[in-house]
Design a protein. Structure first.
Lengths: 136, 99
C-alpha cells in the first residue's frame, strides 16, 4: 500500500542503523584482536550507506548498506615484548580501532535510530489523524 | 449578444455515460474494491503474524521489522473499521428514510 511507503523508508533506515551498530559492536569487541583469518591484526570496519532509488509514483526509496568497508589506516604498533604476536623488536601490531571514535559512532547510530523511530511515529500519527476525518 | 449555453453541454453538469476509472477501463464494482481491501488487510495481518513467529523462534533478529509490520496491520485494520462504520452509517441512514 502506498500509504505505508514512509513506514518502509523509515524501516530501511532502522535496518541500516542497526547494521552500523553491529559493525561498531564488532569493532569494539575486536579492539585488541591481533589475529584474524586473513592474517595480521583486526582491521576496523565501517558501513557505507546508499540511497535506494524511488519511483515517481512515490513508492520505494530508503537507504541500504551497500558495503562494509575496512578502514585503510595502518595498524597501531604497541611495544609489548611478552606478547606471542610481537615482532623481533618487541612491537605488536594492534587493530586500527580507536575506542573513542567507536563510542561517537555508536551514539550517532543510536540517535539516528531514534530519529527513524520518531519519523515512523509521526507517519503513524498522520494516518491515525486521517482516520479521524469521518469521526466528527 | 450573449450566447446561451445549454446546461447539458457544460462539463460540470454533463453526466458520464458509464463509470470509468482513470486508466480508461471501466471502474471496478464496489464489492470487488471492498474484497481487495479486506484481502490486503488480511495479508498485512498474516505478514505481521509470521514475522512475530519468526522473531519468537529466533529466526529474525530485527525487532523493528516486526513492530513496523504490526503497526501496518493495525493501521490497515483501523482503516477497514472506519470504512465499515461509514457503510453501516449509510445503510442505517437509508433505512431511516420516510416513505
Amino acid at each position: 500500500m502506498a500509504d505505508f511507503s514512509s513506514l518502509d523508508i523509515s524501516a530501511s533506515g532502522l535496518s541500516a542503523q542497526r547494521r552500523r551498530m553491529d559493525t561498531v559492536a564488532e569493532n569494539i569487541a575486536n579492539a585488541e584482536t591481533t589475529r584474524t583469518a586473513q592474517g595480521g591484526p583486526y582491521r576496523r570496519k565501517q558501513v557505507v550507506f546508499q540511497a535506494l532509488p524511488n519511483t515517481p509514483g512515490g513508492a520505494g526509496g530508503g537507504v541500504t548498506v551497500t558495503e562494509v568497508a575496512t578502514d585503510p589506516r595502518p595498524a597501531r604498533l604497541v611495544y609489548r615484548p611478552g606478547h606471542p604476536d610481537a615482532n623481533a623488536e618487541g612491537y605488536v601490531r594492534m587493530p586500527n580501532v580507536n575506542i573513542l571514535e567507536e563510542m561517537v559512532d555508536m551514539v550517532s547510530a543510536t540517535r539516528s535510530y531514534e530519529a527513524n523511530v520518531a519519523a515512523i511515529n509521526a507517519a503513524k500519527q498522520m494516518t491515525r489523524k486521517a482516520l479521524e476525518i469521518g469521526r466528527g | 449578444m450573449m450566447r446561451i449555453v445549454p446546461t447539458g453541454a457544460t462539463p460540470a453538469f454533463s453526466l458520464p455515460a458509464a463509470p470509468r476509472a482513470a486508466g480508461g477501463e471501466t471502474a471496478k464494482p464496489f464489492a470487488d474494491l471492498l474484497k481487495d481491501a479486506v484481502d490486503q488487510v488480511n495479508r498485512l495481518q498474516s505478514q505481521a503474524d509470521s514475522l512475530a513467529d519468526q522473531l519468537a523462534s529466533g529466526k529474525l533478529d530485527n525487532v523493528h521489522q516486526v513492530m513496523v509490520a504490526m503497526e501496518k496491520a493495525s493501521l490497515a485494520l483501523q482503516l477497514t473499521i472506519q470504512v465499515r462504520n461509514k457503510v453501516i452509517e449509510a445503510y442505517q441512514e437509508m433505512m431511516r428514510t420516510q416513505v
